[in-house]
Design a binder for this molecule. Structure first.
Ligand SMILES: Cc1cc2nc3c(=O)[nH]c(=O)nc-3n(C[C@H](O)[C@H](O)[C@H](O)COP(=O)(O)OP(=O)(O)OC[C@H]3O[C@@H](n4cnc5c(N)ncnc54)[C@H](O)[C@@H]3O)c2cc1C
Ligand SMILES: O=C1O[C@H](CO)C(O)=C1O
Length: 581
């Protein structure tokens, strides 16, 4: 470890463990991006989190907080310090009578679901999986598919954050409301979210049913009950088949009934599909046939020929099998634009350029299936909206998610052209990208499309993290970060801790395919020499604090004492046995 870190650490409280390891290899769930942080830190208490933030500030390091790494972009990549709250994951309070629950922010949704179940409670709304951390779900605006619900984070009542100055603050609709609105979709850029209080619902079961439709029927029923006939509805569009699978669910008191086995839910079908996708890397034109075969085996070859039904606890039934590593490019747009958006994309994929009106060629291009078609309605929510909420303010939202699998972690050849055309269409339809996913919109476009909400978010962000400890290249690429930066420093230097990209290189670790290693610029090495740490330290209080949450005081041990302990290996710093995963 860099001796300057040990030197600064020795000035802090020796009783607080600094659970840091070196040699950690970080990657997203989909193994799309990799990075090698200088330190990987897994704190277990709020004072430990405050201390690591203080240390980062003194050592001029950027901090990235990572949940379960399910965001498939380079959002969580860093060469600086990567903080993970998997060991900060307890349930702190449950009130079964009101459903109010407070948890430490690293808890994963599946563990949370199991614990809540013991109290007769559950999350009312879920996305396709429950592997994410609760903080990660909130930070990117994760959604499910229901016009009776908004974002999953709609149930959040308050957040606790540790800010760049080490202060632990709480925010809610009534206490630091702007911080709350910024923190609801924070993109990790405000600080470390440490506690979450939310309203759980009484546990419920869902009875679901899925069947194959023609695309024409989906369009016909679009505004005639397709999305409103049940509480939860999602559609998987099969572009070459001009068909779809419609999945619908309602709350029920019926007895549990397990879903039947499916083709790719079983190991043989799973591997057949995977290998067909791998073959399509070399022979893309087989993809329409793969769609016909695999989805025929899975859902029946004709519309209405196979109907699948089950009754499951909501926390299981709402999930789905996401199969293989994948890119996902998902946009939110007004629900009423769905038929036009799907109609034009369908025409483009079938080579009908006149109907498509998309200025890119689709000649020789073949894509994967399904395009996920989902909905939410955040306009019914009476709580303050997240500033960076991509959904429609005044009516229901449609999400179109162009999934591209990465068989054996290899990128499909259609990716660039498909996503270029898809994103072009989504912009034309007034869409906004899902923050977690693989989109290309730049900071000017996103600044313009979020308008004053973006300005408010940037203002809060700048107040709580003036030096840019919690931002990196991903944020710089997609957000107009320097809006409202008051400093006289030249543009580009106003956030001295912002981590710029140095390079991207193909990873070659045990043949992991086409994943990209993201390398940051390690700018702190130059900065640390230019500026003394102490002169840059700013331990001012930014937000009013309740008395029990003041920052832990800096360590009282003299530097000599602590340094001695470190040298003897007795201080509470945990170093790794070997390389991380
Ligand atoms: C297979 C799969 C299925 C998915 N299904 C859906 C779906 O149905 N609907 C949907 O909307 N999305 C879906 N997603 C996207 C997923 O919900 C988001 O990417 C979510 O953010 C992942 O949570 P995470 O814990 O992995 O966070 P990460 O990906 O690790 O991090 C996401 C962001 O949260 C920040 N963050 C994490 N923890 C903290 C913290 N404690 N404090 C501050 N910031 C923090 C990170 O810095 C980062 O900016 C899916 C993704 C995959 C891979
Ligand atoms: O990001 C996502 O991945 C799955 C699709 O496989 C899903 O539903 C998302 O959202």
């Amino acid at each position: 470890m860099d001796p300057s870190i040990l030197r600064e650490l020795s000035k802090l409280d020796p009783a607080l463990p600094f659970r840091a390891s070196t040699d950690h290899l970080h990657h997203t769930w989909a193994k799309t991006f990799f990075s090698r942080p200088e330190l990987y830190i897994r704190p277990q208490t709020i004072p430990e989190i405050q201390q690591l933030v203080t240390l980062a500030r003194r050592c001029r390091r950027r901090i990235v907080t990572v949940g379960s790494g399910h965001s498939p972009s380079d959002l969580t990549c860093t060469s600086s310090w990567l903080v993970n709250l998997d060991d900060f994951n307890r349930i702190l309070h449950v009130d079964p009578s009101t459903g109010s629950v407070t948890v430490e922010a690293g808890i994963r949704l599946h563990a949370l679901g199991r614990e809540l179940d013991k109290h007769g409670l559950t999350l009312e709304n879920l996305g396709s999986i429950d592997s994410q951390s609760i903080a990660g779900v909130i930070a990117t605006g994760t959604h499910g598919s229901s016009l009776r619900h908004g974002l999953v984070s709609e149930c959040i009542d308050s957040l606790g954050l540790v800010l760049a100055n080490g202060q632990h603050v709480r925010c809610s609709p009534t206490n630091n409301p702007d911080l709350f609105r910024a923190g609801l979709v924070s993109l990790g850029a405000l600080g470390i979210v440490v506690e979450v209080t939310f309203k759980a619902a009484p546990t419920f079961k869902i009875a679901w049913r899925q069947e194959r439709y023609s695309l024409a029927r989906v369009m016909d029923e679009w505004s005639m009950g397709l999305w409103t006939s049940r509480e939860f509805v999602r559609v998987w569009w099969m572009p070459y088949e001009k068909g779809a699978v419609v999945w619908r669910a309602d709350k029920t008191d019926l007895p549990l009934r397990a879903p039947p086995k499916t083709f790719y839910g079983d190991s043989i079908g799973y591997h057949i599909y995977h290998n067909l996708l791998a073959l399509s890397l070399y022979v893309p034109r087989i993809l329409p046939w793969v769609e016909w075969f695999v989805f025929g085996m899975q859902y029946g070859f004709r519309a209405g020929s196979v109907v699948t039904e089950a009754v499951e606890p909501a926390r299981e039934g709402l999930l789905m099998n996401c199969l293989y590593s994948q890119f996902v490019n998902e946009w939110a747009l007004p629900l009423e634009k769905g038929p036009e958006a799907i109609g034009r994309l369908s025409a483009w994929l079938h080579g009908d350029m006149e109907t498509a009106r998309i200025p890119f060629s689709s000649k020789g291009l073949y894509v994967h299936c399904p395009v996920e078609v989902r909905v939410s309605d955040t306009s019914l929510n009476t709580k303050p909206r997240p500033f960076l909420d991509p959904t429609c303010h005044d009516g229901p939202t449609l999400y179109l998610n162009a999934t591209l699998y990465r068989p054996y972690l290899r990128d499909p050849p259609c990716k660039e052209r498909y996503y270029e055309a898809f994103e072009w269409l989504m912009r034309e339809m007034g869409g906004k990208p899902h923050w977690a996913k693989n989109f290309h919109t730049n900071s000017h476009e996103l600044g313009a499309s979020y308008g004053s909400d973006m300005e408010s978010w940037i203002k809060v962000r700048s107040e709580v993290d003036a030096d840019g400890m919690f931002v990196g290249e991903w944020h710089r690429r997609h957000l107009p970060l320097e809006l409202g930066q008051a400093s006289a420093a030249p543009a580009g230097e106003r956030l001295p801790l912002l981590e710029r990209e140095h390079e991207r290189r193909r990873v070659d670790i045990n043949g992991v395919g086409d994943g990209v290693e993201w390398v940051g610029d390690r700018r702190w090495q130059a900065q640390a020499q230019r500026q003394p740490f102490d002169a840059l330290d700013m331990e001012k209080s930014l937000y009013p604090l309740p008395p029990d949450h003041s920052p832990s005081p800096p360590g009282t041990a003299s530097s000599e004492e602590s340094f001695d302990l470190l040298a003897r290996g007795e201080a509470s710093i945990l170093l790794p046995d070997g390389p991380g995963v």
